[in-house]
Design a protein around this ligand. Structure first.
Ligand code: 26V
Length: 808
């Protein structure tokens, strides 16, 4: 039992809530609105977290502790209140205390908007890591941008995706504590002059735009720990730089335009995770984050320890994908220009501090910027990057690397700056996010570097915080687990192994089955409330929830649905298990093909769901506006989780972990973390199909002939013909052409090549599903093995092998 729980009796809790309500609203609990109670609870959590963080920081300083700074352009936080109360050990007391006063805590949780400061896996991983770092007592500060608008809200209009702005701050700013004491200035544009004085280089800036970086701190308490993680969200302010001269000279429009331009920096999160567009605003966002974070890290260190050469003893810096990699030249600039260190001294420090995780091998996602854009936007940073490139080339040459290889590894090549290469060269460790992905990095994408550097490459398989994705999101399953093995698993996910004793216990398995059904009922009710769609919890819920992307192959799933539909149309009495296919996920606003896939799913759903002959057995729904909060409801209700990316393309996946941890079974390809989940959970733990990564490479190298599948496989023929004919009156010939074409516009992810084996995997899955006892037994068995995929394990790997942190 946690001390905080004991300490906070219901009476005390009510007194605290009353106190906050008086302070902020001069109102009593009985008269307060849910929104006011929400704010009161948030303030209680913030106050507790602040006291806890201060104590922890003092302790950390006393013990000479090292802290990790985690830089990421995205943190997909979701809601904060429930997690805060849970981690502080206040959730149950608060819920009970409020209930006694006639208030329902669930309604209060609903008040909060999701903080959707991320596109998908990358940002959600960052948030899971904060939870684990805090819980495991590792000192941490995250750095991100305080976007005014998070990821767009998805709305379907006549089946097409439309995007609406996400104004999360109206309820989200309560968590953010402004830190004017930590503000700093970031410079853009203009030009620099360099001169030497007393043997030191003097850099002067001319005509540059000065932007104030103003931080807001969010606190995330660990569970049953002494630690609180801080997430520093940086906003761009123009107040200090407002051009009063221009304004007073009557150039109102220009003065205001400058202000607006500055504040554009943190206006909106880029709503894509797939296509590198070279937009200058995104580059500004990246430098803004990198510069502000580096300045605040160095300033804090100097205040505490004076000596900059001690930085590696006290600080680690991690860049989550290449987006924050400008922290490398920025830190060089601060150390050299502002603190008089030499190039070699500075480079040595930077290299000891920085490590980098790669999250994608998709060519179009790897960041490359025009040299001229960087030169214009950040002239001093540009000259440092050029020097990094020059020195790297020189070293490679002296080690007799041939020119072709040097060009591939160089930072600057053909007037383009390659951020991946910069990240690899500057970091002391580089990791991928699953075994397969790390192997592909070493052998393929970054193979030259693997030869060049000894021991730089490593792997840390991703994880998810099981506290949020099991304990909080699936209270029924969590309660059963507590009843069977106690509460230790909350802090130590490996304890889940103890569930294995119960897999032969028919009563327990029946419980597991009942819980899944109830969770499905809850989800069906949610869908009815939010989208007025009816689904039947007695049917199998087959779920694919993730960003819409060609490589994730939602289309392959659609082909199977069409195939089932064709069978039922022909024979409504066919022996097919009643199923509901649930899709969820957003398409990047400018990604035409992804949006077409959304439209196809919606039209197909419309036709199937309205066909009385088939809709008892087959339903298709697209859950609007997929978000962390929707995932928290959907994962516990998942029977089958579709993880069907083309092998080699999905770096890890984390939705796979969430589904299996909640007692879902995967139908999956041998990709990313699917492989490790299947290996660890054991034979028969998932339904794997399709080409392996090496086979994919071979087929790509030889020839992929989609038309041959159409000619030879009658299933493919039926499905393609139906696409051409269309659904709900709309033909999808564009998609069938895409699937069948070998030219440039064709399907590079080869859906048709895996279709037959996918159908067979579904058949096998169905066979097990028809034996509920065996099915749910397998589900529980898998849950018992999922401890490895807790982000606590990932963080222990990072702390030990990459960041060299000690628990405080
Ligand atoms: C790339 C780009 C390219 C430029 C436009 C904006 C933008 C934004 C984000 C990204 C990176 C996307 C990489 C990513 O999200 N990877 C996912 O990372 C997950 C966590 O490691 C992993 O589970 C997924 O498999 C991987 O796709």
């Amino acid at each position: 039992m946690k001390t905080t729980t004991k300490k906070n009796t219901e009476k005390e809790t009510i007194a605290k809530i009353d106190q906050q309500l008086q302070k902020y609203y001069n109102i009593s609990l009985a008269d307060a609105t849910d929104k006011q109670i929400f704010n009161a609870l948030a303030h209680i959590a913030i106050d507790e977290s602040f006291v806890k963080r201060q104590k922890f920081s003092r302790n950390c300083k006393r013990k000479d502790g090292k802290a990790i700074n985690y830089l990421c352009m995205e943190f997909l936080i979701g809601k904060t209140l429930r997690t805060s109360l849970f981690n502080l050990g206040l959730d149950k007391t608060v819920a009970k205390a409020l209930k006694n006063k006639g208030k329902n805590i669930e309604n209060i949780y609903k008040i909060e908007a999701d903080a959707g400061l991320g596109n998908g896996g990358l940002g959600r991983l960052a948030s899971c890591f904060l939870d684990s770092l805090a819980t495991l007592d590792y000192p941490v500060t995250g750095h991100c941008i305080r976007y005014d608008y998070g990821l767009f809200k998805q709305k379907f209009v006549d089946g097409q995706q439309t995007e609406l702005p996400d104004e999360w701050l109206s309820s989200g700013d309560v968590w953010q504590v402004p830190r004017p004491d930590k503000a700093c200035i970031v410079r853009f544009d203009g030009y620099v002059t360099e001169s030497f004085k007393d043997g030191h280089m003097q850099v002067e800036y001319h005509d540059c735009q000065e932007v104030e970086a103003f931080p807001y701190d969010m606190m995330f308490s660990g569970y049953d720990s002494k630690n609180v993680a801080a997430l520093r969200l940086w906003a761009a302010k123009s107040s200090n730089t407002f051009d009063t001269k221009k304004f007073s000279q009557g150039e109102y429009a220009q003065a205001l335009a400058e202000k607006n331009e500055i504040e554009l920096i943190n206006k909106v999160l880029y709503p894509a995770d797939d296509h590198m567009q070279g937009k200058s605003l995104r580059l500004r966002q990246q430098y803004f984050l990198a510069s502000a974070a580096m300045q605040s890290i160095v300033a804090t260190h100097k205040r505490r320890y004076k000596n900059l050469k001690l930085l590696p003893k006290y600080i680690a810096i991690h860049i989550n994908d290449t987006h924050p990699v400008l922290c490398v030249p920025e830190l060089m600039r601060i150390l050299m220009d502002e603190n008089g260190l030499s190039w070699d001294e500075s480079w040595d420090i930077v290299n000891k501090l920085v490590s980098y995780t790669n999250h994608t091998i998709l060519k179009e996602s790897l960041e490359v910027w025009d040299e001229s854009l960087i030169a214009r936007t950040m002239p001093r940073i540009y000259s440092i990057i050029k020097e990094i490139d020059r020195r790297f080339r020189q070293e490679a040459k002296s080690r007799h690397y041939n020119q072709g290889v040097i060009e591939r590894m160089a930072v600057i090549n053909s007037r383009r700056i390659k951020m991946t290469n910069l990240a690899v060269i500057a970091s002391h460790k580089v990791n991928g996010v699953s075994k397969l992905h790390s192997q592909i990095l070493k052998e393929d994408l970054l193979g030259d570097f693997n030869h060049f550097y000894h021991n730089k490459f490593t792997n840390v398989t991703n994880g998810i915080t099981h506290r949020r994705w099991l304990c909080e999101s699936n209270p029924r399953l969590s309660a059963l687990i507590e009843k069977l093995i106690g509460t230790k698993f909350i802090k130590n996910a490996n304890e889940l192994e103890k569930l294995e004793k119960f897999v032969e216990d028919k009563k327990v398995i029946k419980e597991v089955e009942k819980i899944k059904f109830k969770n499905k009922e809850d989800f069906a009710n949610f869908l009815k409330e939010t989208q007025n769609i009816d689904i039947d919890p007695h049917t199998r819920f087959d779920v694919q929830a993730k960003r819409i992307h060609e490589y994730k192959r939602q289309l392959l799933n659609v082909l199977y649905v069409i195939y089932l539909y064709s069978q039922l149309k022909e024979n409504p009495d066919a022996d097919i298990t009643p199923q509901t296919f649930i899709f969820a996920g957003k398409a990047a606003a400018g990604y035409r093909r992804a949006k077409e896939i959304v439209y196809l799913i919606n039209q197909l759903a419309e036709e199937i769901n309205n066909n009385e002959l088939v809709n008892k057995k087959l339903k298709v729904v697209f859950v609007e506006n997929y978000s962390v909060s929707v995932a928290e409801k959907l994962m516990p209700a998942t029977d089958v989780s579709e993880q069907i990316s083309l092998a080699g393309q999905e770096a890890s996946g984390t939705g796979n972990m969430k589904a299996v941890l909640n007692g879902g079974l995967m139908i999956c390809t041998a990709d990313g973390a699917n492989i490790e989940i299947s290996n660890i959970c054991g034979e028969d733990s998932s339904f794997m199909f399709g080409m392996k990564a090496e086979e994919v490479e071979n087929v790509w190298a030889s020839h992929y002939e989609p038309a041959s599948y159409y000619a030879k496989d009658p299933k493919v023929k039926v499905v393609i013909d139906m696409l051409n004919e269309g659904f709900n009156g709309v033909s999808f010939q564009g998609i069938s052409n895409y699937l069948l074409s070998t030219s440039d516009g064709g399907d590079p992810y080869m859906c048709l090549a895996d279709f037959d084996s996918y159908v067979k995997a579904h058949d096998k899955l169905d066979e097990l599903y028809r034996q509920p006892n065996l099915w749910h037994k397998q589900c529980l068995k898998n849950v018992s093995k999922m401890g490895y995929f807790s982000s606590d394990r990932s963080i222990e790997d990072y702390a030990r092998d990459i960041w060299h942190l000690k628990k405080m």
